[in-house]
Design a protein around this ligand. Structure first.
Ligand code: CA
Length: 233
């Protein structure tokens, strides 16, 4: 049995070797590429389960590569880059990257993010851990694997993908305040760089669907200047 097959696209040899050594120890199969061209060559002949992608490559910008990849594949992509601004992160996530890690690389963090992503994407390691993930709060139940929200009275509530992702993020961290930035990350694979206002709009739609009074919300509370919190007793 072999582990998931990862492709590391990185032109700096030191980082490539560091990351490769670490991931190999974790039991992954690895291919490495030092350029966009080498990446395409490997993708043409190998079945890849996840790509770790540097944005600053000698022959092509990583953001262009993400766009190209997304036209033909849903393969999970973890960006690994020295670009640290919020705009870079939002852009990469907005055009379809699944996660974003900044340099200097922390190999342990990268490994955990890869493992999480493979689990969520139904990678080879996932089958037994992904069976049934249901989050329950105040009589509501949110079935992650079935993409379904059920009201306390048993009614099924239809949510958009972004509403679902926001509610999932809140329900995974009950009673904790999540910033708009954090919630933006939770939905940004759906559109290109949505603004913070989008979160406020989604929250007000969610409140409506959850029957929460917008002026005195009980379930999804606004924490002024900080973000939102799902309140669970
Ligand atoms: Ca580079």
């Amino acid at each position: 049995m072999t582990g998931p097959h990862l492709l590391i696209v990185e032109d700096e040899e030191f980082i490539r070797q560091l990351v490769a050594a670490y991931l190999e120890k974790e039991g992954y199969r690895l291919s490495v590429a030092g350029s966009a061209r080498a990446m395409h060559d490997i993708l043409d002949r190998e079945q890849i389960d996840l790509i770790v992608l540097d944005l600053g490559l000698p022959d092509e910008d990583g953001l262009t590569l993400i766009r190209q990849l997304r036209t033909r594949s849903a393969v999970p992509i973890v960006v690994l880059t020295a670009r640290q601004t919020r705009d870079d992160r939002i852009t990469a996530l907005g055009i379809g990257a699944d996660d974003y890690v900044t340099k200097p690389v922390d190999p342990q963090e990268l490994t955990l993010r890869i493992a999480n992503l493979l689990r969520r994407s139904g990678g080879k390691q996932s089958e037994d851990t992904q069976k049934h993930d249901v989050l329950v709060f105040g009589g509501w139940s949110l079935d992650i694997s079935a993409n379904a929200l059920r009201a306390p009275d048993g009614a099924d509530i239809v949510l958009t993908r972004a509403e679902f992702d926001i509610l999932t993020a809140l329900a995974r961290a009950p009673n904790r305040v999540l910033s708009r930035d954090f919630l933006l990350d939770a939905i940004s694979r759906d559109g290109d760089s949505p603004g913070d206002r989008v979160i406020d709009v989604m929250i007000s739609r969610l409140r409506k669907k959850l029957g929460d009074d917008p002026r005195r919300p009980i379930l999804i509370q606004t924490v002024t200047g900080r973000g939102y919190r799902l309140s669970v007793s």
